[in-house]
Design a protein around this ligand. Structure first.
Ligand code: PGA
Length: 236
């Protein structure tokens, strides 16, 4: 992974129209310009191409990621988009987010397949796992993930800590530190491990200063450009 860390990744999920998103880009671009790490925007898929064009034409220092890719290579799969179709537009794709298994029944085998397709299209997977045991089971099942672990951004994202649900429970700094240390142990010291789940402007500083953490995946607090800019500020 060549991008400067920390990585601050906005997962906008199924939120925002194109009008909202262009305002977001304009507002966040200044903060991103003075940030020593990397800001990544993951908008809803219909806006990947327009976001890419906007970023290029206005020279905005923000990288682009998809929120998923199809488990299939290109072909007759109505409603899907293939990794190969976005390889020239995005640098990253979130793969294996727990909302994909929770609401769409995505399996770990499908996740492994999606990671393979990302590599084939030069997309860096932002690969979400529930905990270090979950990562361990992936590493045992997929030689590819093991071999290419330097080219993956691993996200420790406990599903219970994701703020989209009513009864979410933020993870503690101790818990995050412990799981990230176990993940780093499995992957080696040079792997890129980040955290996701209820990061906001208030807890960002303490989360980003946990040892071995090289970034964060931010949902709810990325929607409002003001709170997202505060997260970026507190990440440095
Ligand atoms: P959250 O979401 O920041 O709203 O908890 C993170 C994510 O789901 O990636």
């Amino acid at each position: 992974m060549n991008e400067p860390t920390p990585l601050v990744i906005a997962n906008l999920k199924a939120n925002k129209t194109w009008e909202d998103l262009s305002i977001w880009l304009k507002e966040v671009s200044q903060e991103a310009a003075s940030f020593s790490g990397t800001v990544v925007l993951c908008p809803a898929s219909p806006f990947l191409a327009s976001s890419s064009a906007e970023i290029k034409s206005k020279n905005i220092p923000i990288k682009l990621g998809a929120q998923d890719v199809s488990k299939f290579a290109e072909g007759a799969y109505t409603g899907e988009f293939a990794a190969s179709q976005i390889g020239k537009i995005v640098n990253f794709a979130i793969i294996g987010h727990s909302e994909r298994s929770r609401y769409f029944g995505e399996t770990d085998d499908e996740v492994i397949q999606k990671i393979k397709l990302c590599f084939e299209s030069q997309i860096t997977p932002i690969f979400c796992v529930r905990n270090s045991d979950h990562l361990d089971s992936y590493l045992k099942r997929s030689q590819l993930i093991k071999e290419k672990s330097q080219k993956v951004i691993f996200v420790y994202e406990p599903p219970a800590a994701i703020s989209g649900q009513k009864d979410y429970k933020p993870a503690t700094v101790e818990n995050i530190g412990r799981e990230v240390a176990s993940m780093s142990q499995l992957l080696g010291p040079t792997a890129t491990v980040i955290y996701g789940g209820s990061i906001n402007s208030e807890n960002a500083r303490s989360i980003f200063s946990i040892e071995n953490i090289k970034g964060g995946l931010i949902g709810q607090a990325s929607l409002d450009p003001v709170s997202f800019k505060a997260v970026i500020k507190n990440a440095s």
